[in-house]
Design a protein around this ligand. Structure first.
Ligand code: SF4
Length: 396
């Protein structure tokens, strides 16, 4: 890594240099810390939230001065739990986004939320401020499992939160579900899926539990005190999820995501297509003009830095080889896979088979990847969807 000040904003040769049309903003506060969470998030009580929002607005000002946006098609406010902001903080934060970024008339504006943090007053402030999509962290509908992973909501809170969101006029709603939780059984998962589908939402995200370092679960795992399901059971859960959601008419458009037509996450599709995005807020990542950056993570260090200049922790130029590998790794997560056309648009006419010929052949022979003719490109086979990590690892 170079020190941020040593790098100028100039495109990496042969990597596209489009101005981002996607904007990610990080709100790093949560009501509590879940046992599996390694995200950049802090318990909100006692945090200088108003000072954080001031610093964030300053980062918005500095960002658009350095790399002026032409049009923003998608905004994603993640965390943390952005809905821990109170209604007036929410209104003020959303007004600053609208003030600094030129949002397209049909912008997809997503906010992450946790059940129990969205009363009608806050939902109204969100609607008023331009939010038109909410992604709720439901995780499971089993109260015992919720408590065992450190979530503070109950299953009924999810049902109530979705009802509130619908009553406030939100139609583009999603929930996250987790599988592979400690002591979770296939029957518990079945019941959760039934309840989740009963909510009749246009989008569902499914995540297998990963034990990350610096979490309570990691410490338990090291002491052999985390009763995770066997690999085969976890696989059966994933297969069950695929079967149920596909059976209910949802398209498995990305490894972890299902949607009704027209409700695919446009913002996350930016990441999967390896396209650039602004990233603001403590610990946020951004990618523009061939440069990736990470912001300073701690709340007060971020505030101190962002009040003076762009609060960069690290910034590095992405090499052509790395960018091409990233394109494959993230693009193959999509059910539509990667296309020759997109590859040559991003890398000045480069050809997939000239760059990745041996890996593509091997993965086809292994039955993990298939070639498509219209449009020309590659995508995962059903077996490749199950063993996705083997495919992605081939392009690191
Ligand atoms: S709510 Fe989300 S970001 Fe916050 S601690 Fe839990 S998993 Fe982490």
């Amino acid at each position: 890594m170079q020190h941020p000040s040593e790098i100028q904003i100039e495109p990496t040769p042969a990597v596209h240099s489009w101005t981002p049309r996607a904007l990610y903003i990080h709100i790093p506060f949560c009501t509590n810390k879940c046992f599996y969470c390694d995200f950049n998030s802090y318990v909100a009580a006692g945090q200088p939230i108003d000072a954080y929002l001031d610093a964030l607005e300053n980062e918005m000002r500095l960002t658009v001065a350095q790399l002026p946006p032409t049009r923003i098609d998608t905004v994603f406010v993640g965390g943390g739990t952005p809905t821990v902001l109170n209604p007036s903080q929410m209104a003020r934060f959303l007004a600053s986004v609208q003030k600094h970024f030129p949002l397209a008339p049909d912008v997809e504006f997503t906010m992450e939320a946790n059940p129990g943090t969205t009363d009608m007053e806050k939902l109204a402030a969100m609607r008023e401020g331009g939010v038109n999509r909410i992604s709720f962290g439901a995780q499971t509908f089993d109260d015992g499992l919720l408590a065992a992973i450190g979530r503070i909501h109950a299953a009924q809170d999810v049902v109530q939160s979705i009802a509130n969101a619908k009553a406030a006029g939100f139609t583009n709603l999603s929930i996250d579900l987790m599988f592979g939780l400690p002591n979770q059984t296939l029957q518990q998962l079945r019941d959760s899926v039934t309840k989740a589908l009963g909510l009749d939402l246009p989008h569902y995200s499914l995540y297998g539990l990963k034990v990350e370092e610096n979490t309570l679960f990691h410490r338990l795992y090291q002491r052999d005190e985390l009763p995770l399901p066997e690999e085969d059971d976890e696989l059966a859960m994933y297969e069950h999820l695929m079967e149920r959601l596909s059976g209910a008419g949802y398209r498995h458009y990305e490894i972890s995501n299902f949607a009704r037509p027209g409700y695919e996450s446009r913002h996350n599709t930016t990441y999967w297509r390896n396209e650039p995005y602004y990233g603001l807020g403590a610990g946020a990542h951004g990618y523009a003009k061939g440069l990736r950056h990470i912001n300073i993570k701690g709340v007060q260090p971020y505030i101190d830095a962002a009040n003076k200049s762009l609060p960069l922790l690290e910034q590095s130029r992405v090499s052509l080889e790395e960018a091409m590998g990233d394109f494959m790794m993230v693009g193959l997560r999509l059910q539509t896979g990667v296309t020759q056309l997109d590859f040559s648009r991003q890398f000045e006419g480069a050809k997939l088979e000239e760059v990745f010929g041996p890996a593509l052949k091997r993965l086809q022979t292994q039955g993990l990847l298939e070639k498509q003719e219209e449009p020309i490109g590659y995508r995962l086979t059903p077996k490749g969807v199950i063993f996705g990590n083997e495919v992605f690892g081939a392009f690191v």
